[in-house]
Write a protein that binds this ligand. Sequence first.
Ligand code: C5P
Length: 383
Amino acid sequence: MRALVLAGHSVQVVATDAALRFVGRPTLEAISRNPVHTELYEGVAEVRHVAIGQAADLIVVAPATANFLAKLTAGMADDLLGNTILASRAPLLLAPAMHTEMWQNAATVSNVATLRSRGVHFVGPASGQLTGADSGPGRMSEPDEIAAAALALVGATQDLAGRHVVVTAGGTREPLDPVRFIGNRSSGKQGVALALAAAARGAQVTLIGANLEVDAPPHVTVVPVMTALELSSAVTDAAASADLVVMAAAVADYRPDAVASAKIKKETQGDELVLRLVKNPDILQALSAARLPGQVIVGFAAETETDRDRLLQLGRAKIERKGCDYLVLNTVGWTEGFATDGNAVVVLDRSGHIVGETTGSKASVADSILDSVVRALGAGVRA
Ligand code: C5P
């Protein structure tokens, strides 16, 4: 459950009475982050006995007992689990767990053969220590193995497994006084979608969140920051062990050179207020210059230029200046790019070639950006 949740999937638990004798409902709810379903005659108005199975992309039964295999072979639906499975067209993955004698019993052997012939998938059982003093075939496969089999069945690529990915997201705020700041309109949606997509592909993700307006995924490490200088220090720390750094945050180029300790008052300022701004460090440029061997660094360029050729020209000059490996180029305006659910991007490599181009939801754009950059990853910076 935890591995699937960490990979960004929504997990619904259907627990049998027997399951609840082994694991308490609060544990299942805390780990799956959803209410646990147990009763056939609950939620009848929403036709729950079939709705859960119909909505599922994959059903995993772990552990699958000898009794469960027999019931499934017979097509029985006397509980919520049986109903859920019969009402679903999703792939079904079973992780058997039982004593060796039960696994090798002619009835179980025949049931497994029947279920396999119907297209049911199995992971394990492994051979090893069983519940009592005995050991042998029948031990449930390790959770990581079950999760890997589950993810493979839904076609989830795990091309970032074992990698540390750092994503910056949101927009920095540069304070003028205790209540005001200079900021920008970045919501953080695209960066959060990238963090989620990287986690779903198996990465350990650190999300440096600058004033995010959207919820961060529950299973990534979030480092909240406010200003460009805070973001610089957080991303520099995280980059020390990162295979891939994606700088999706909109970082302020300038900050007020002094922050007033008390609220600036119009009564004392008069008709004009002059702000003096100083340049922030270019974090992307510094990270690229200090890049670890094998590390891949991706920058973003949000531009208001609408002419495609001129936009590409700006992008090519920017990647040259910044020294990063890839640059994700998108146009922003009063209505485009910010806080919207869709995006359109072009990905350039260091030589200025277009290596990817996508329009779609921020989730699909995130996946396509990762498709473009993942091939450049070397052996791994922590190898
Ligand atoms: O130069 P420009 O602001 O267009 O560059 C955008 C890219 O550079 C983004 O990836 C952004 O995160 C990064 N950036 C930075 N430090 C700054 C300004 C922008 O790392 N001070």
